[in-house]
Write a protein that binds this ligand. Structure first.
Ligand code: MAN
Length: 457
């Protein structure tokens, strides 16, 4: 009998203890240790400990009734072993609705709640593990994109240097050609200034001189060099042989190379006299021929060729400069601290949503094509627009086509971590303002590693 009384007292006191501790998290248990009295957590009032969780609200902060619905501002802690703990407003305690997955909020209710924490925990852990696998694979792929990006960046820099060198060469050539044409102009003016000389054949002589100089200028460098003299000229009299190097230097007035004006003062005089050298295969001195002669025709067509050459060089110069401008513009874009986004620049990604096909060409533009075939711009590449901690998580495309009775179309692209690079969603939350989700390994960061779900508390 005596023994039964002791057991009953022990069970009663354990019951009181667990009732008193209901709805309290581990970290708050230290406030509920007092056997004799309880100090409201806001320090406003001291009450006998029996009044904790007695279904009567004593503390203004609701701290004396964490396990009942007595205080309007109380909060009940669901331990949810196997899943994640959380608080619910204590007004939901025993309200007939299962709020805690461990069913602890409905301890005195007609509702039968199942403990679903383990299942929820298992499901969430599987999900988190999946996310971790995606992140690991994403980070591996991102590393590849970084390596490709860095080498592509170097290639493009080298390409730019080559183009700049080519542009300088072409500029020099253009200037040389223009100078030589200036010489032609000067000679032409000389002809028009001396019409009386025409009868003496001066005009014809000048034309012939220019023509012959072009014929001799085998490499089109607007100068005549020793090897060119040797290639084109032969002795006019005596033994039928070509011109030696020394003879060629002498014919060029002691120079290795002469420009058009020097040519007229040196070699051209000898050619005109016709007694020492002649053009290989010809019979007479070139100065003695008439306009209809083959040499004159050759001279005229050489001059035309010269003009066409100049045009070609000028075109090539312009094209190279255009390429330089385009490449410089591309290289001025921020492709990420490790060039991890550079590969996106060569892609265009599409997604069809209802009647529209959206195309995102990163670092270039966004378009929207209706099923009827009309295409509008949703913005051109603007800037990175993420948070200060990670500016590379959002791209802004701006100044697209004007919206009817609305703003210009703009698009905000959010980059998310994935193992593939693809456009995952497009929305238009407000008129002509578009929002896209671009999934890509380049959007993965180690910081995205999810925190695991606790299995114990
Ligand atoms: C087109 C599309 C839509 C847009 C309307 C605005 O239909 O570009 O996305 O909302 O124009 O008039």
């Amino acid at each position: 009998m005596h023994c039964h009384i002791i057991i009953a007292v022990i069970l009663w006191s354990v019951g009181i203890e667990s009732r008193k501790l209901r709805g309290i998290s581990l970290s708050y248990k230290r406030f509920y240790r007092e056997r004799k009295s309880f100090l409201c957590i806001d320090g406003s009032k001291m009450i006998p400990f029996e009044q904790v969780n007695d279904d009567y609200c004593d503390c203004a902060d609701g701290s004396d009734e964490p396990g009942t619905s007595a205080c309007p501002n109380g909060r009940f802690h669901c331990a949810n072993l196997g899943f994640r703990p959380h608080y619910i407003p204590s007004s939901r305690v025993n309200d007939g609705i299962c709020d805690c997955c461990d069913a602890s909020d409905e301890y005195n209710s007609h509702t039968r709640c199942q403990n679903s924490c383990r299942n929820l925990g298992r499901r969430e852990r599987a999900e988190v593990e999946g996310q971790m696998r995606t992140l690991d694979e994403g980070l591996r792929l991102k590393q590849q994109h970084i390596e490709e990006g860095v080498s592509l960046w170097r290639e493009k820099q080298a390409q730019l240097r080559d183009l700049q060198r080519l542009s300088e060469d072409l500029q020099t050539k253009v200037e040389e050609h223009r100078r030589s044409r200036g010489e032609v102009e000067r000679l032409a003016q000389q002809e028009t200034r001396a019409p009386e000389a025409e009868d003496n054949g001066v005009r014809s002589q000048n034309r012939t001189a220019i023509g012959i100089s072009h014929t001799l200028d085998g490499n089109n460098e607007n100068s005549i060099a020793v090897d060119e003299v040797q290639a084109e000229l032969a002795l006019a009299q005596g033994e039928a042989r070509g011109v030696s190097e020394d003879e060629a230097v002498a014919l060029l007035g002691g120079n290795q190379q002469v420009d058009l004006s020097r040519f007229q003062q040196t070699l051209w005089s000898s050619l005109r006299a016709g007694d020492s050298v002649k053009i290989k295969g010809s019979r007479a001195a070139p100065g003695g021929r008439m306009d209809g002669d083959p040499d004159i025709k050759a001279a005229v067509s050489a001059a035309e060729k010269d003009r066409a050459d100049l045009r070609k060089i000028e075109d090539a110069y312009e094209n190279v400069n255009l390429e330089i401008r385009e490449l410089t513009e591309k290289l001025s874009i921020d492709y990420g601290t490790e060039k991890e986004f550079l590969f996106l620049g060569s892609l265009c990604l599409q997604l069809k949503v209802h009647e529209y096909t959206y195309t995102l060409c990163p670092f270039n533009q966004v378009t929207q094509k209706s099923s009827a075939g009309t295409e509008v711009s949703l913005g051109k590449w603007g800037t990175w627009a993420g948070s200060p901690e990670n500016q590379y998580c959002q791209m802004r495309y701006e100044s697209g086509e004007l919206c009817w009775q609305g703003p210009t179309r703009n698009t905000m692209v959010t980059l998310t971590c994935g193992t593939e690079t693809a456009l995952r969603s497009v929305r238009e939350p407000s008129k002509c303002q578009y929002v896209m989700d671009l999934q890509t390994p380049a959007g993965c960061h180690p910081a995205l590693r999810p925190r695991g779900v606790h299995s114990e508390l």
